[in-house]
Design a protein around this ligand. Structure first.
Ligand SMILES: CC(=O)N[C@H]1[C@@H](OP(=O)(O)OP(=O)(O)OC[C@H]2O[C@@H](n3ccc(=O)[nH]c3=O)[C@H](O)[C@@H]2O)O[C@H](CO)[C@@H](O)[C@@H]1O
Ligand SMILES: C=C(OP(=O)(O)O)C(=O)O
Length: 428
């Protein structure tokens, strides 16, 4: 386990370039095993999730290389093999191998991606989709076994009971090579779903309607990559830097963004009084002096992303009054609250709401990044605080923030990642 140390209080300035979207990448890599050719991605973020997914690929004899943001994956010699449970459990998105293995081999066995880091994360809608496509699913001792009869998977109508990014993508992965037409209704509309569909369609798939709530898939027998797929920019990483820039910046340009993907977020910053200058693919955040409190309710896309409520929180400390956040997607996503309080923040959870009061004098402290976005909020708070902040479990931050120390250092922050030697010596 690693620790992040932040020497707080430095004003930030300069430019930061956003990497490829984590939540696309972690689905694109499992999707790559559906191809009958090698596959190449660029704008791949250098994050722990990618390295763990590469380990999972290796266990199936799928060779991959990753250098300078380019990831190549060769699934042509793939074999069925038990997947390494430590890597599987390290990231939720390993559940996309259920859909892609089903598409490739008509069966899949996977240990349940463990952990409960942002509240309960059921996969009943994924299972419902697999069953509708003709699979049988059993679960025993934390292992999910999905099988099909001799006819394999067939096209079907799938109505998702709730809007789920994971279930929508898993249903696409399983259906893309199934015989016949599949229609997913009440599908999630997140930009990452469009990115997966674009990748598959460029290999010959017929996925129509991604980005709307009805997705139609005509199964095809083979998928062949003809070109490099460029991953869309990470709207959550972008939102994190926008929040940080408004909180501590003396003028920061956030580059490589698709502003349309960030509208629900930038609308809230503007409502707070941050005079953003939004261009075609970058956003300038000037130094901000006064901020108005706001109310935020997280919703499926195009609503305000649950993944951005925690990164936004430290900025709310600077507003002149109480702000309120309601996370309707993951109401238990509150791991940051107790940690921020240790730094002197006025924040509490009350009747399903997060109430954030002005907190002018944050003080560096010893805190824990219980999950990725809680970690992001602690990083921003640490930058705002006087003194040093030590964030334990920084691996959770590195799961999803591309080269974060280099990017923060280039913005004039004083941060470092160190090995937690006591943990290395066996404390954990
Ligand atoms: C790797 C990835 O892309 N992760 C994202 C994905 O997670 P994840 O795919 O886990 O989230 P979903 O969109 O599936 O879940 C949305 C809501 O539906 C519920 N649900 C979901 C599936 C299911 O079978 N049953 C069920 O009840 C969940 O508990 C949650 O309340 O979308 C979340 C919501 O935008 C983001 O926070 C995560 O960053
Ligand atoms: C919760 C998140 O990711 P994951 O679904 O991979 O845990 C996130 O990206 O905020």
């Amino acid at each position: 386990m690693k620790k992040m140390i932040i020497h707080g209080g430095q004003r930030l300035t300069g430019e930061v370039t956003i990497g490829g979207a984590k939540n696309s990448t972690v689905a694109l890599i499992p999707a790559a095993i559906l191809a009958d050719t090698p596959v190449r991605f660029d704008m791949v973020p250098d994050i722990l999730d990618v390295h763990n997914l590469m380990l999972i690929l290796k266990s199936m004899n799928v060779h991959s290389t990753f250098e300078d943001g380019v990831l190549t994956i060769d699934p042509t010699e793939i074999v069925e093999a038990p997947l390494p449970s430590k890597a599987i459990k390290s990231l939720r998105a390993s559940y996309y191998f259920m859909g892609s293995l089903l598409g490739r081999f008509q069966r899949a066995t996977l240990s349940f991606p463990g952990g409960d880091n942002i509240g309960p994360r059921p996969i009943d809608q994924h299972i419902k989709a697999f069953k509708a496509l003709g699979a049988s699913v059993t679960e025993h001792d934390g292992t999910v076994k999905i099988t099909t009869g001799p006819e394999g998977l067939h096209g079907t109508r799938i109505f998702l009971d709730m809007v789920s990014v994971g279930a929508t993508i898993n249903a696409i992965l399983a259906a893309v090579k199934a015989v016949g037409t599949t229609v997913i209704e009440n599908a999630a509309k997140e930009p990452e779903i469009i990115d997966i569909a674009t990748f598959l369609n460029n290999m010959g798939a017929h996925v129509r309607g991604a980005g709307t709530d009805v997705i139609r898939i005509e199964g095809v027998p083979t998928l062949r990559a003809m070109n490099t797929h460029t991953i869309i920019p990470d709207r959550i990483e972008a939102g994190t830097y926008l929040s940080m820039a408004a909180a501590m910046g003396d003028g920061i340009v956030v580059k490589n963004v698709i502003p349309e993907h960030l509208e629900s977020f930038t609308a809230k910053l503007i409502e707070m009084g941050v005079p953003l200058e939004i261009s075609e693919d970058s956003i300038y955040v000037p130094r901000v002096t006064e901020l108005t409190p706001i109310q935020v309710k997280t919703m499926p896309f195009p609503g305000f992303a649950t993944d951005l409520q925690q990164p936004l929180t430290p900025l709310l400390f600077r507003a002149a009054g109480s702000s309120v956040i309601i996370d309707t997607i993951y109401p238990k996503r509150i791991k940051h609250i107790a940690e921020l309080r240790k730094m002197g923040a006025n924040i509490r959870s009350e009747d399903g709401m997060i109430v954030v009061d002005p907190s002018d004098d944050l003080i560096g402290g010893h805190v824990q990044a219980g999950e990725i976005r809680a970690g992001a909020s602690l990083v921003i708070a640490g930058l705002m605080a006087t003194g040093d902040t030590e964030i334990d479990q920084a691996d959770n931050i590195l799961r999803g923030y591309d080269r974060i120390v280099a990017k923060l250092t280039a913005l004039n922050a004083n941060v470092e990642i160190v090995e937690d030697s006591l943990v290395e010596n066996g404390r954990d």
